[in-house]
Design a binder for this molecule. Structure first.
Ligand code: GSH
Length: 253
């Protein structure tokens, strides 16, 4: 059973040493959940601070507009998924979440980028959820005010939207094909890709409110997209195993 994540106020985190992690508040944002999951699985102690939309002070501290941000000792904040993984690997190399062979590593980083990177699966599913909200005046997708806020930050051009639909299908197909009938994506061992895919599924098909509480408009947004963003059964079964065996349930955001 995973150790529960400890959330603290900003001032407490600033005064602490070691690892401090800023994560999105009230939403199981997959980039934030993935970062938490890495440190939980590697048993690296940390305290977490929630980032909310108007939080100027947290942003001033991390010098980042969004979350996650991993603050380790006096090092600059790590904000991209790959640099957060690099930090986690450096702090606990003995519990590696990166495959051991070079050819597996190449596939691992390619797949992880397809899921987590700018223009990848999650980036594109977010664009589609923003666009649906604006188009339907909030009947589907994010409420329009959330959509406008996110749209300004993460792009919303016509070209990006049509590419996004294709990318989502391709990203899901790649994950299903790579996982096959196995328990983990790489060999018989947990890797960060298992954590990324599990966190991703929380936006495609959120777990129950009991297991994954979140702000009600965000739950409605994710749930309303299920016909456009199909949650594939193998990936949902994989998420369940990963959360039950390696992570904290209920998820706390
Ligand atoms: N920096 C991350 C991406 C993080 C990201 O997209 N965060 C969004 C999740 S919706 C966020 O914090 N949004 C809230 C905001 O922009 O205020 C990466 O490159 O891996």
């Amino acid at each position: 059973m995973a150790t529960p994540v400890e959330f603290v106020e900003l001032e407490v985190a600033k005064a602490a040493r070691g690892l401090r992690l800023v994560t999105v508040g009230g939403i199981p944002s997959p980039w934030s959940e993935a970062a938490k999951a890495l440190f939980v699985c590697k048993q690296i102690p940390f305290v977490a601070v929630r980032l909310n939309p108007g939080d100027k002070e947290v942003r001033k501290w991390t010098r980042s507009a969004n979350a996650p941000a991993a603050m380790y000792e006096d090092e600059p904040a790590k904000t991209g998924w790959a640099e957060i993984l690099e930090l986690a690997e450096r702090l606990a190399p003995e519990r590696s979440l990166v495959p051991a062979t070079p050819s597996d590593r190449v596939r691992f980083f390619g797949l992880a980028h397809e899921v987590m990177g700018a223009g990848g699966l999650l980036w594109c599913s977010r664009l589609l959820t923003i666009q649906a909200g604006i188009e339907s005046d909030g009947a589907r997708g994010f409420p329009p005010f959330v959509g406008r806020y996110l749209g300004e930050r993460y792009g919303l051009s016509k070209a990006e939207l049509s590419r996004a639909q294709v990318r989502v299908q391709e990203g899901l197909a790649l994950l299903v094909e790579t996982l096959g009938a196995r328990e983990y994506f790489f060999g018989d061992k947990l890797s960060a890709l298992d954590l990324y895919a599990a966190a991703a599924m929380n936006t495609f098909a959120p777990m129950s409110e009991e297991l994954c509480p979140m702000l009600p408009p965000i739950r409605s947004a994710f749930e309303s997209m299920q016909s456009e963003l199909p949650a594939l059964p193998t990936l949902l079964a994989h998420r369940q195993r990963i959360y039950e065996q390696h992570l904290e349930l209920p998820i706390r955001v």
